[in-house]
Write a protein that binds this ligand. Structure first.
Ligand SMILES: Nc1ncnc2c1ncn2[C@@H]1O[C@H](COP(=O)(O)OP(=O)(O)O)[C@@H](O)[C@H]1O
Ligand SMILES: [Mg+2]
Length: 1108
C-alpha cells in the first residue's frame, strides 16, 4: 500500500513559511536558521522554493532522491528543489503548459547550482534512448563551456557567472528533450581588462595557461607563467579547490560533445591567446611638431605575435593604435591618438574581442543544440541571471544588473498575484485586495522612454557637443529630481543637499531590494561601447575566419555611418523580450539565499540573511500568499488526512469528498470565517486553524495508535493461541494414530503366530498319515524286490557254473590240439632257418642303404663334387656306379634348362677357352665375365643413331677400343663394331665411320701371352682394307672381341679358322713399314694397364705390369 505522506510530517521548523505563526521577520529568519542548522536548506513559500546555499555537498542530490521525488505531489515530501522541478516537468508534460524556472538571488547564493540541479533532475526523469541521451548530454555539457568563458572568481563567489543566461529546453509531446536555445545577457566584459582586487579574470585564461599542452601553448605563442600577462590579476590567480588544468580538459571534452569542430576550438583558443597578447602591448608617447604627443607601440614583439596568431597585417593594427579616422558624411578625417587614447583603444578592442567571442560561442552552441524538427515544442525555460548587486563602487554594470532584477521582481509580483487571483476565481472564492509594494515605479524610473534614466543616458550619448558623465548626471538631476526613488546631491530635491553619504558624482536609487549608490564615471563610455572603426576594420582584414566573422562592421563595403545601438538600449530591449517571453509561461520560483559572506558551511549570518529576505521581498511574498487564505488543500488529501477526527468520516467516507470535508469541519466546529470551500480545494485562512487540526490529528493518531496496538496485540495473542490449539490437535491426532498403529501391528503379528502354529500342527498330522501310508507301500515293494533278487542271484549262480565248465572244456581241447601239432611239425623247422634269415637280413640292409642315399642326395649343380660315403664295403661298385649315374642325370637336367641364346654364349665361352686357355695370362679373368656383345647399346643410344642406321646388318659387338698410333704409341678411342660380314672403326664422338673392313680381308690376329688387351688385326695383303695397313688396337674385352671375330670371321669366309697368333713379339704392317711389337714385363703398377711406347722406327714396346 502506498503510504500517503505530507510536507507536514516530521517537519523541522515550518516547511512552508505560509504556515509560520506568528509571521514576523524574526520568526521568519529563525525558521530559516533552524532548518539550515538541521541541513534543511529548502523551505517553501507556497510554491516558491527558498534555497539556502549550504556551501558543502549534502547527500540530498542522489539518484535515490530523484526517485523519491519522482511523480510525487509538491507538498507530499519535505521541501526540495526536485519537488519544484518535478512539478514543473509534469505540468509541462501532462498539461502542456510551457514552464519557466526563475532563479534569483545575489551573487554566490547558489543560482547557477540550482539551475544545474533542475536540469539534471529533468534529464534524469525524462525519457531515455540514444537520441534523447545525446540531446541531454549536449544540453548539460553546454554549461562547462559557458562557465569557462563567462564565469570568474569574485570576492563573493569563486565561480560567479558574469553573464545572464536564459535557456529554453524544448520537449516533444512525450516529454523527451529535443533541443534547446540559450540566450545570454550582458557579459561583464570590463573584467577582461581589469579585475577588482581579490578577483580573477574569466576562468578560461587560467585554464588555458595551466591545462594546455606545451605544444598547444607553443602554437599559441603563450607562456605558462600567469605573471607574463598584464590582463591577469596575480593576487588571486590560484583559487582553492579550483583545478584549472583539470577544468580545461573538461571544457575541451564538453566542447567536443557539444559539437565543436577541432578547428573551431583552435580558433577560439587563438582568440583567447590574442586577448592575452593584446594586454601586453604597451605604448609610449612620441612628440609631434604640433606640440601633441602621439602614441607609438613600445615593444613590438607582442603585437607581432598577436598579428601572426590572427593573421592580421602588423602595420595596419599598429596604425590603428596611433590614428583614428572619423568619417562624417563624405569626409574622412584622421586624427592622432595620444597614449591614453591608445590604451583605451587597446582595451576596447580586447573587451569587444572577448565579448563577441562569447556571443559567438552561445550562437555556436545554439546551432548544435537546436531542435531538429520544426513542430511546436513544449518549453521549459531556466533563467539564471546575475543577482542583485550592491558593491562599494557600483557602476554601469551594476545599474544594468539591478535593473534586470527589478524587472524580475516585477514579473514575480505580477505572476504570483495573478496566479493567486486566478486561483480564487477558479475556485469561486471571494477576492480580497492585498497590500504589497509594487516596484513598477522603479522600473519606470529606469526604463521610461521619455524620462527614464536609460533614455537620458542614450540621449546624452547621442547629443553633439561636449558630453561627459557629469553632464549626464546633471541631466538626471533635472529630469528625475522629483522621483521618489531617485536621490542625488544636486537634484532639485533639496532634501539631499546635506546628505553627505551621497557624493557629488553619484546618484542613488532606492531599489526594491535596497538603496544603491551609483558612480556615474564611465556610464557614457560603457553605454557607448565604442570601438574605433580603424580597429574593427583592421580586425575584418584579418586572415582568420572567426575574427572576420566577429567584426562584420569592419567590412569597408558596408560602412554604416549610423551609430550602433547603445549597450543600455540593447539590454533594455533584450530584457523586454525576456519578460514578454516569461509572461507566456507558467513561472516556478527558486529564491536563493546566501547564509554568510565567507563561502563557508554551517555559518548563518543573521544580518546578511535578513537583508536578503528583505530585498527579495520574501516576507511580502508570504503575506501576499496569506492575504486571502494561508493554506489550501484539495478535498481528497484533506479528507484523507483528517478523517479520523470525526466519527462519520472514520474510517471510510462513502460520499463525495467535498461533503466529507464539510461534515468533518462541521463536526470539528471550526468557525466559518476561518475557512472557505472552493470548487476543488478547501481554503484555510489562518495557519493557526491548520495547526489546531494537526494538533488534534496528532492526538487522535496517538489514540489510533493505541487502538491499533490493542487490536494488534489481541490479534497476535489470539492467533498465537489458535496456533497452539491447532498444534495440540494435530499432535494428539498424530499420537493416537501412532498408538493404534502400534497396537494393530501387535495383534496382527500375534494372530499370524497362532495361525501358523495351528497350520503347522495340521500339516504335520497329515504328513504323518501320508508317511505311514507311503511306508506301507514301500514295504511291499521291498519285500518283492528282495524276493526277485534272491531268485535272480540263484539263476545267475547256476549260469556261471555252467559257463565255467564249458570254457574249461574248450581250453583243455586247445592245449591238447597244440600239443598234437607241435609233436607232428617239429622235424621240418631246423633245415630252412639259416637261408631265410640271411636273405631277410640282406634285404633289410639294402633297404636301409637306398633310403639313406635318397635322404642324403648331394646338390643338383653339375659342378658339385660331393657324394656320400658308402656304408658297407660290399656296396663299393654299386656306389661308384650310382654316383656316375647321378652326375649324368643332373647334367642332363641342367642342359635341358638351356635356351638357344645361352647355348650360343656357352659355345662362345667354350671357343674362347679353346683359343686362350693356358696360352694367354688375361684369359682366366675373362671367364667369369659374361659376353655382352653390344656394350654401347648402339641401337638404343640416340647418340649413335646415325652410326647405327649406317649399319645395314645386325651389330654383333659394339665397344670402345683404343687405336694405337704407331708414331707415338698413344691410343685414340674408337668405336669398334662387328657385324656378320664386316668390322668397323668409327669416331667415338661423331660416330663417323673411319674404317670398314670386310671380314674376309682379315688375315690373322696377333695377341701377347700376357695380361694385356693389345691385339693386332692383320689384313690380307692386296685386299681393299690393307692399304692403310694393319690395326693395332687395345680393348678391355679382348677375349670376347677375338672370340667373336674368329667365330664370325670363320662363318663369313667360310673357312675353318682365322689364325690367332699368340706370342710376345709380332710384326704389324703400318702402311709400308713393318713394325715389331714387343711385350715386356714391367714393374707391377696399381690400376693402370699396359702402356705402349715407341722405342724406335721399327719397335713399339708394350710394358705390361706383372700380375704378381
Ligand atoms: N546546493 C548546493 N550544494 C552545495 N554547494 C552549493 C550549492 N549551491 C551553491 N553551492 C556553492 O556555492 C557556490 C556558488 O554558487 P553559484 O550557483 O555559482 O552562485 P550564483 O550563481 O548564485 O552566483 C558554488 O560554487 C558552490 O560551491
Ligand atoms: Mg551564477
Amino acid at each position: 500500500m502506498e503510504v500517503k505522506t505530507s510536507l507536514l510530517d516530521n517537519m523541522i521548523g515550518v516547511g512552508d513559511m505560509v504556515l509560520l505563526e506568528p509571521l514576523t521577520e524574526d520568526s521568519f529568519i529563525e525558521n530559516l536558521r533552524n532548518r539550515f542548522d538541521h541541513n534543511e536548506i529548502y523551505t517553501y513559500i507556497g510554491s516558491v522554493v527558498i534555497s539556502m546555499n549550504p556551501y558543502r555537498s549534502l547527500p540530498i542530490f542522489t539518484p535515490e532522491k530523484v526517485e523519491e521525488y519522482r511523480n510525487r505531489n509538491f507538498y507530499e515530501l519535505s521541501p526540495h528543489i526536485y519537488a519544484l522541478a518535478d512539478e514543473a516537468y509534469r505540468s509541462l508534460r501532462d498539461q502542456d503548459k510551457d514552464q519557466c524556472i526563475l532563479i534569483t538571488g545575489e551573487s554566490g547564493a547558489g543560482k547557477t547550482e540550482a539551475s544545474k540541479l533542475v536540469m539534471s533532475y529533468v534529464a534524469a526523469v525524462c525519457g531515455k534512448g540514444q537520441e534523447v541521451n545525446k540531446v541531454k548530454e549536449q544540453l548539460l555539457q553546454s554549461n562547462p563551456v559557458l562557465e569557462a568563458f563567462g564565469n570568474a572568481k569574485t570576492v563573493r563567489n569563486d565561480n560567479s557567472s558574469r553573464f545572464g543566461k536564459y535557456m529554453d529546453i524544448e520537449f516533444d509531446f512525450k516529454g523527451d528533450p529535443v533541443g534547446g536555445v540559450i540566450s545570454n545577457y550582458l557579459l561583464e566584459k570590463s573584467r577582461v581588462v581589469k579585475q577588482p582586487r581579490g578577483e580573477r579574470n574569466f576562468h578560461i585564461f587560467y585554464q588555458l595557461l595551466s591545462g594546455a599542452s606545451d605544444d598547444t601553448l607553443r602554437k599559441l605563442k603563450l607562456d605558462r607563467d600567469f605573471s607574463k600577462y598584464n590582463y591577469l590579476s596575480l593576487d588571486s590567480a590560484n583559487v582553492n579547490g579550483l583545478d584549472d588544468a583539470a577544468n580545461f580538459r573538461t571544457v575541451r571534452n564538453a566542447m567536443q560533445i557539444v559539437g565543436f569542430m577541432e578547428d573551431e576550438v583552435q580558433s577560439v583558443l587563438e582568440l583567447v591567446a590574442a586577448v592575452l597578447k593584446l594586454g601586453n602591448i604597451e605604448f609610449k608617447p612620441e612628440s609631434r611638431s604640433n606640440g601633441y604627443d602621439e602614441s607609438r607601440v613600445k615593444d613590438k614583439n607582442d603585437l607581432k605575435e598577436m598579428c601572426e596568431l590572427l593573421g592580421i597585417e602588423q602595420s595596419v593594427l599598429e596604425r590603428a593604435f596611433s590614428y583614428r579616422t572619423v568619417e562624417a558624411k563624405l569626409e574622412k578625417v584622421s586624427t592622432t591618438l595620444n597614449v591614453s587614447q591608445a590604451y583605451y583603444a587597446r582595451d576596447a578592442l580586447a573587451k569587444n574581442l572577448y565579448s563577441r567571442l562569447f556571443s559567438w560561442l552561445v550562437t555556436r552552441i545554439n546551432e548544435s543544440i537546436k531542435a531538429q524538427s520544426k513542430t511546436r515544442h513544449k518549453v521549459m525555460g531556466v533563467l539564471d541571471i546575475y543577482g542583485f548587486e550592491i558593491f562599494e563602487d557600483n557602476s554601469f554594470e551594476q545599474f544594468i544588473i539591478n535593473y534586470c532584477n527589478e524587472k524580475l521582481q516585477q514579473i514575480f509580483i505580477e505572476l504570483t498575484l495573478r496566479e493567486e487571483q486566478e486561483e480564487y476565481i477558479r475556485e469561486d472564492i471571494e477576492w480580497t485586495n492585498i497590500e504589497y509594494f509594487n516596484n513598477a515605479v522603479i522600473c519606470d524610473l529606469i526604463e521610461n522612454n521619455q524620462n527614464g534614466i536609460l533614455a537620458m543616458l542614450d540621449e546624452e550619448c547621442l547629443r553633439p557637443g561636449t558630453v561627459t558623465d557629469i553632464t549626464f548626471l546633471d541631466k538626471l538631476n533635472t529630469v528625475c529630481a522629483e522621483h521618489q526613488h531617485f536621490e542625488s546631491r544636486l537634484s532639485k530635491n533639496s532634501k539631499f543637499l546635506t546628505d553627505h553619504s551621497l557624493p557629488h558624482s553619484c546618484f542613488r536609487i532606492q531599489h526594491y531590494a535596497g538603496k544603491v549608490l551609483y558612480r556615474v564615471e564611465g556610464f557614457m563610455d560603457k553605454n557607448n561601447d565604442l570601438l574605433y572603426r580603424d580597429l574593427s576594420q583592421a580586425m575584418y582584414k584579418a586572415n582568420h575566419k572567426l575574427i572576420k566573422q566577429l567584426f562584420p562592421e569592419g567590412n569597408p563595403a558596408k560602412v554604416n555611418l549610423k551609430r550602433p545601438p547603445t549597450a543600455g538600449f540593447q539590454f533594455k530591449h533584450s530584457v523586454g523580450t525576456l519578460m514578454r517571453n516569461l509572461q507566456t509561461k507558467n513561472p516556478n520560483y527558486i529564491r536563493c539565499v546566501k547564509p554568510n559572506d565567507k563561502k563557508a558551511p554551517r555559518i548563518f549570518t543573521d544580518s546578511l540573511v535578513r537583508h536578503q529576505v528583505a530585498y527579495l521581498g520574501l516576507m511580502e511574498n508570504v503575506r501576499v500568499r496569506r492575504a486571502g487564505y494561508a493554506y489550501r488543500q484539495a478535498y481528497e488529501p484533506c479528507l484523507e488526512r483528517y478523517k479520523m477526527l470525526c466519527k462519520q468520516t472514520w474510517p471510510h467516507w462513502k460520499g463525495p469528498t467535498r461533503e466529507g470535508v464539510e461534515v468533518l469541519m462541521a463536526d470539528l466546529q471550526v468557525s466559518t470565517e476561518e475557512f472557505a470551500y472552493g470548487n476543488s480545494k478547501i481554503f484555510i485562512r489562518n495557519p493557526r486553524t491548520l495547526f489546531s487540526l494537526e494538533e488534534k490529528r496528532r492526538g487522535c493518531l496517538e489514540n489510533l495508535a493505541a487502538l491499533i496496538q490493542k487490536i494488534y496485540r489481541g490479534w497476535k495473542c489470539r492467533t498465537h493461541f489458535l496456533l497452539l490449539k491447532h498444534s495440540q490437535v494435530v499432535v494428539a491426532a498424530w499420537y493416537r494414530r501412532y498408538a493404534q498403529q502400534k497396537k494393530y501391528t501387535q495383534i496382527k503379528s500375534a494372530t499370524i503366530m497362532v495361525q501358523s502354529y495351528s497350520r503347522g500342527w495340521k500339516a504335520r498330522k497329515i504328513l504323518r498319515e501320508l508317511k505311514h501310508q507311503k511306508r506301507c507301500e514301500e514295504a511291499a515293494t521291498t519285500i518283492a524286490a528282495y524276493w526277485h533278487g534272491t531268485q535272480a542271484r540263484r539263476e545267475l549262480k547256476r549260469l556261471k557254473k555252467e559257463a565255467r565248465r564249458r570254457h574249461a572244456v574248450a581250453v583243455i581241447w586247445a592245449y591238447w590240439l597244440g600239443l598234437k601239432v607241435r609233436r607232428e611239425y617239429r622235424k621240418f623247422f631246423r633245415a630252412n632257418a639259416g637261408r631265410k634269415i640271411y636273405s631277410f637280413i640282406m634285404q633289410r640292409l639294402m633297404q636301409k642303404y637306398f633310403l639313406g642315399l635318397k635322404r642324403d642326395l648331394p646338390s643338383m649343380s653339375p659342378i658339385g663334387g660331393s657324394w656320400p660315403t658308402r656304408p658297407y664295403r660290399f656296396l663299393d661298385t654299386a656306389h661308384t656306379e650310382l654316383r656316375s649315374i647321378f652326375h649324368h642325370w643332373r647334367c642332363k637336367k641342367y642342359r635341358s634348362r638351356f635356351t638357344d641364346e645361352r647355348k650360343a654364349v656357352f659355345e662362345e665361352k667354350l671357343q674362347a677357352s679353346e683359343i686362350f686357355k693356358d696360352k694367354k695370362a688375361l684369359y682366366p679373368s675373362s671367364v667369369g665375365q659374361p659376353f655382352r656383345g653390344d656394350y654401347l647399346e648402339i641401337s638404343k643410344n640416340p647418340k649413335y643413331q646415325k652410326l647405327s642406321s649406317a649399319m645395314d646388318e645386325k651389330v654383333l659387338l659394339a665397344d670402345v677400343v683404343n687405336k694405337i698410333n704407331r708414331a707415338n704409341g698413344k691410343g685414340t678411342a674408337r668405336i669398334f663394331l662387328l657385324t656378320k660380314n664386316n668390322f668397323v672403326l668409327a669416331d667415338q664422338k661423331t660416330g663417323q665411320v673411319k674404317a670398314s673392313v670386310p671380314l674376309p680381308d682379315l688375315a690373322s690376329i696377333s695377341v701377347s701371352t700376357q695380361n694385356d688387351g693389345f691385339f693386332a688385326l692383320k689384313l690380307k695383303e692386296g685386299s681393299a682394307g690393307a692399304t692403310k695397313g694393319d690395326f693395332l688396337l687395345s680393348s678391355e674385352h679382348l677375349i670376347e672381341i677375338i672370340t667373336k671375330l674368329r667365330r664370325t670371321g670363320a662363318t663369313a669366309v667360310n673357312h675353318d679358322h682365322l689364325d690367332i697368333d699368340i706370342s710376345d713379339e709380332f710384326l704389324v704392317q703400318f702402311k709400308q713399314d713393318k713394325v715389331c711389337v714387343k711385350f715386356v714385363q714391367g714393374a707391377p703398377k696399381n690400376g693402370n694397364g699396359a702402356s705402349c711406347k715407341r722405342k724406335n722406327n721399327r719397335l713399339l714396346e708394350v710394358s705390361v705390369p706383372s700380375t704378381a
